[in-house]
Ligand binder design. Structure first.
Ligand code: ARG
Length: 460
């Protein structure tokens, strides 16, 4: 007897080539626990509608428990003849219950089943990924707290720009990750509706209660429209986007770790447990975690664009194209679930070379803006102040000295406004302390930011 869920109107079985093309159990078997949870809720709703006796419901639930345990232990496995997870599990149920197992399929379709189970899987795994991002943010907050007061040259165009606190820089990444976390929460709110009961597309006729099933499966309610319930996959595409965006954010800090661990920067040293060596060059210590995080972001972006392309132009309602929705999303979730623990370990154990950072903080004339702004406070128009500070930089550059090496006479020769009092702002710590408006790099502001970030992370 074939395990197929269809066949009555066909003269024979499918061609081998079709079966091979059609099969999805190799990837949708991940959904087995959700399929069984759905079956349990569906059995209950059938019994509430008077379509299963209490005894039948009891046997059905016991068989589902047994099947669930057999799946978990690996004792029950899908075979190559099982087209998909639903087919395999119906086979398992019938092996346990005989003909009674055939009653469970009433009033449901694989179309509403798959849409529901996929949502459940995504919601669970999005929560796992969200927790991992929260852990990463926590590790960055810990580093920010530990290094409060350490300055480094902030950069634009990768060129030295203005000195900032290392903590401020690390917390900038935390801000991005907390937006990713909030996108995941928003996404979950939109995805919390169950398509179960939508049937093939038109809804179920057997007096089944979709709201009951939705509540059993942890949803906020049933979908409002059965066609939409079975046809829509924007929840999958949106999740793929949120994950791709988070991956892109991760790739930006990853790139900085790659740069910071070079001999030229020498801003950070990786812990041995989170770095790799070379098979030929004995001295090598490579930042593979950061590189893999950066590289795998390509998959996340590809998964998003592949899925959107699959969805584009599909007529309502279900089309078999939709079977292509799962692998990209599974891959994005699993990629981040693999990358993040390593990345968290790397960021919690990385050692920052704070002396080197501090030493390079004033290099590249990073205090030039402070001279211009000091002049503004003396009443000089910024346009002129900018020119004067620029002339200071030029004078230093030709003589290969720093701004603080200019003598009183040098300063006076550049502009009568440049009295020796300007020296007060020619220090990295003075510059950092002066940027004390909300969001700035002044130590008090950064401490407030850290406290807020910690509160936000605790809510994730
Ligand atoms: N395996 C399908 C999917 O992933 C679900 C089954 C629906 N199949 C069908 N012929 N209506 O979308």
């Amino acid at each position: 007897q074939p395990t197929r869920l269809w066949g009555g109107r066909f003269a024979g079985g499918p061609a081998d080539a079709l079966a091979k093309l059609s099969v999805s159990v190799q990837f949708d078997w991940r959904l087995a626990p959700y399929d069984i949870a759905g079956s349990r809720a569906h059995a209950k709703v059938l019994s509430r509608a008077g379509l299963l006796t209490n005894d039948e419901l009891g046997s059905m639930l016991a068989a589902l428990d047994d099947l669930e345990a057999a799946c978990a232990s690996g004792e029950f496995k899908p075979t190559i003849d099982d087209e998909d997870v639903h087919t395999a599990l119906e086979r398992g149920l019938i092996e346990r219950l005989g003909t009674l197992g055939g009653k469970l399929r009433a009033g449901r379709s694989r179309n509403d089943q798959i849409a529901t189970q996929f949502r459940m899987y995504c919601r669970d795994h999005a929560r796992i990924v969200g927790r991992l991002f929260a852990e990463l943010s926590e590790a960055l907050c810990d580093q920010a707290e530990l290094h409060m007061g350490v300055a480094l040259p902030g950069r634009t165009h990768l060129q030295h720009a203005q000195p900032v606190l290392l903590s401020h820089h690390l917390l900038a990444h935390v801000q991005a990750f907390s937006r990713d976390a909030s996108r995941l929460r928003d996404w979950d709110g939109r995805t919390a509706y169950s398509p179960y009961g939508s049937g093939a597309l038109a809804g179920s006729s057997l007096g089944l209660d979709p709201a009951f099933v939705a509540a059993e499966l942890g949803f906020d309610g049933p979908v409002a429209n059965s066609i939409d319930g079975t046809a829509s996959r924007d929840f999958a595409a949106e999740l793929a986007f949120v994950l791709a965006m988070a991956g892109v954010n991760l790739s930006r800090i990853a790139e900085e770790i790659v740069l910071w661990t070079t001999a030229e920067f020498f801003y950070a040293v990786l812990d041995d447990a989170y770095a790799t060596g070379s098979s030929i060059m004995p001295q090598k210590k490579n930042p593979d975690i950061a590189e893999l995080a950066r590289g795998k972001t390509g998959r996340l972006v590809g998964n998003l664009s592949g899925l959107l392309t699959t969805l584009k132009g599909l007529p309502l309602a279900y089309n078999r194209d939709l079977q292509e929705d799962k692998e990209p999303v599974f891959d994005s979730l699993e990629t981040l679930e693999t990358v993040l623990p390593a990345f968290i370990g790397m960021m919690s154990t990385i050692r920052f070379n704070t002396e080197r950072m501090a030493e390079t903080a004033p290099l590249g004339f990073t205090l030039a803006t402070d001279i211009a702004e000091w002049l503004v406070r003396q009443g000089v128009p910024f346009r002129e102040a900018h020119e004067v500070a620029g002339a200071c930089v030029q004078a230093c550059e030709t003589r290969d000295i720093g701004l603080s090496d200019l003598t009183d006479a040098d300063l006076a020769a550049i502009s009568a406004h440049l009295t020796p009092a300007v020296r007060a702002v020619l220090s990295v710590s003075g510059s950092i302390a002066s940027r004390n408006a909300v969001g700035g790099t002044a130590p008090d502001r950064v401490r407030e930011q850290l406290a807020d970030a910690r509160k936000d992370v605790a809510l994730q």
